[in-house]
Design a protein around this ligand. Structure first.
Ligand SMILES: C[S@@+](CC[C@H](N)C(=O)[O-])C[C@H]1O[C@@H](n2cnc3c(N)ncnc32)[C@H](O)[C@@H]1O
Length: 318
């Protein structure tokens, strides 16, 4: 079977770690590749002719609508596409699941069902910038962010994200907080190799596929962004006096998460919020472990509210 995988990010890395050996992939497909090969397989543009010969194109990016449109333009039939993301429309989109079941196994495909029952409401704010595709990635996470941004409107202090990757969430923060300085901390080259030992190869390599300039180009208000590139916490040097009203902490692994908690929590404005991503994710136990260590070492019981988004964010209020 001639299998193409659309995307070279986390979705693709996760697919390879969980369900499909990279050697079975003819090529990965990316509109704007930051790499020529991914997990030992070539990365091609959708325009390249090979894609039209695909038996199955597994779409791992969240913009299902955009990929669908692009494939129509290129003459690739919808029935050969199989979507893994865009939780809200998977059943409608993946009508013929047989080829995907042959490639990925029945259990994997069955496991995708049942996560598309949520009723979406549009954003009240930033409607022009954040279109439907942003909501489809993780509706609850984004609506929670929107409401928290409303709560901090009167507070002083900067916003920050530690763990930016391709800027999906940073773009939402920037759109919802157009007046606020936004610090963006990331290596933009993936995890600290020592810390990432023992993680899946697809997961690790996918996180290398990004670039600070690309993230900046996505932001509606790039003039408000301050890129701090490199491994945290070294990149926080010089910001000891800064105060924060809203922080997204999303570095997946324990030591970096703990470093983020140690830096940001003492610098939060009263009434501000820190969003700790992945706190209830069985795949990434590091975030919850780091929080337990922080509470033990600081002797504090933090004020926390769990959010039922895809990976279980914990909102910590200052
Ligand atoms: C899950 S991704 C972030 C996703 C992003 N918050 C979003 O929702 O779109 C994790 C990111 O953390 C970064 N990271 C992990 N540990 C880091 C560290 N110690 N210093 C800088 N960046 C780090 C990785 O490079 C990766 O881009």
């Amino acid at each position: 079977m001639n299998i193409y995988v659309w995307g070279t990010g986390c979705g693709a890395g996760d697919l390879i770690d969980r369900a499909l050996e990279a050697s079975r992939v003819t090529a990965f497909v990316d509109e704007n590749p930051v790499c020529e090969s991914f997990l030992g397989r070539p990365v091609i543009s959708p325009r390249e002719s090979g894609l039209r010969e695909a038996d199955l194109v597994i779409v791992t990016v969240s913009d299902a609508e955009g990929v669908s449109r692009r494939c129509r333009e290129l003459g690739i039939e919808e029935r050969r596409l199989f979507f893994l993301k865009n939780h809200l429309t998977l059943t409608e989109r993946n009508r013929d699941t047989e080829p995907a079941e042959a490639a990925l196994g029945k259990d994997f495909v069955e496991g995708l069902r049942g996560s598309e029952r949520l009723i979406r409401r549009p954003l009240w704010t930033a409607r022009e910038v954040l279109k439907e595709d942003a909501l489809a990635v993780d509706y609850v996470r984004l609506k929670t962010l929107e409401m928290l941004c409303g709560q901090i409107r009167e507070l002083p202090g900067a916003a920050a994200e530690l763990g930016v990757y391709r800027g999906g969430f940073a773009r939402c923060m920037n759109a919802l907080l157009p007046e606020r300085r936004l610090y963006l901390f990331d290596s933009f080259e993936g995890f600290d190799p020592a810390e990432a030992q023992g993680q899946g190869g697809g997961f690790v390599e996918a996180h290398r596929n990004t670039a600070a300039e690309r993230v900046l180009s996505l932001l509606p208000h790039p003039e408000k962004a301050v890129i701090r590139q490199g491994l945290f916490p070294a990149t926080a040097e010089g910001l000891e006096e800064e105060r924060f009203a809203l922080v997204s902490l999303d570095v997946d692994l324990e030591e970096s998460t703990l470093a983020g908690l140690r830096f940001f929590l003492p610098r939060m404005e009263p009434g501000g919020y820190l969003l700790l991503h992945d706190c209830f994710s069985p795949k990434l136990p590091g975030a919850a472990a780091a929080l337990r260590r922080y509470e033990a070492e600081s002797g504090q019981r933090l004020h926390k509210v769990p959010v039922c988004d895809v990976n279980g964010t914990l909102v910590i209020s200052a």
